[in-house]
Design a protein around this ligand. Structure first.
Ligand SMILES: [Fe+2]
Length: 230
């Protein structure tokens, strides 16, 4: 498998390129609009054809590159059916399996940060978007966020994966790149070490986070796959 973890510094966003060595077919998870030229160059350099862009959710902090990539390369964009992005080519639900060459992804519906959040699980790794972050979690105070639901998603859908499963999040603000399910179950500050659902809800209620800087631009743009609404 070809794998690249890509970082967009302005919003500390991680995007991921995964490619099948045999078929040369590839996917991008959570591509960022400002980075699209770089993705196209990278795909060319690696001799890969982009088949899908996979969104973990409708982002409030950056604009997706899905629409630009679809227009340029003909890739299909995928989001959960509850994400509110009807511009997508494929709306998926929990349990859907996506096959791209020899790569296989299982869609896990992991709501709570937003109603339409998904994680994409593969053999040895899971892409958790903003549900489970390294040492933390996504916020739950916008986009139909719900702390209790996020606790249930993380403990019920992610913490049951094999302990050595690699965790690749949608963001990191401290320079961490990867974790494991076991590490998060033990050390995650918000819900590791056996913290209860009530403790997690109380923690999330106490965060008092600032209004998301780009949400008023990013949300409507992402509901039309990152392209200006027509
Ligand atoms: Fe998010």
């Amino acid at each position: 498998m070809i794998f690249r973890q890509l970082f967009e510094p302005e919003t500390s966003t991680y995007s991921y390129l995964l490619g099948c060595e045999r078929s040369r077919r590839a996917v991008l998870i959570d591509p960022v609009a400002s980075e699209v030229d770089g993705y196209i160059q990278l795909l060319q350099a690696l001799n890969l054809k982009l088949i899908y862009t996979l969104e973990t959710h409708v982002h409030a902090d950056h604009i997706t590159g899905a629409g630009l990539l679809r227009n340029t390369l003909g890739s299909k964009s995928i989001v959960h059916r509850d994400a509110g992005a009807m511009c997508a080519d494929l709306l998926v639900t929990d349990g859907v399996l996506l096959q791209v060459g020899e790569l296989e992804f299982a869609v896990l519906h992991t709501p709570g940060h937003t109603a339409g959040c998904v994680s994409y699980a593969m053999a040895d790794r899971v892409f958790t978007g903003d549900a489970l972050l390294i040492g933390g979690s996504g916020r739950t105070d916008f986009q139909q966020g719900d702390a209790g639901q996020l606790y249930d998603s993380i403990t019920g859908k992610l913490f049951i994966l094999p302990p050595d499963t690699l965790v690749y999040p949608g963001h990191d603000y401290q320079g961490n790149t990867v974790s494991t399910i076991k590490q998060e179950m033990v050390k995650n500050a918000r819900l590791g070490g056996g913290k209860s659902r009530d403790e997690f809800i109380a923690t999330m209620q106490d965060l008092k986070l600032a209004y998301p800087k780009f949400i008023d631009q990013a949300l409507p743009a992402n509901q039309s796959c990152g392209l200006a609404a027509e």
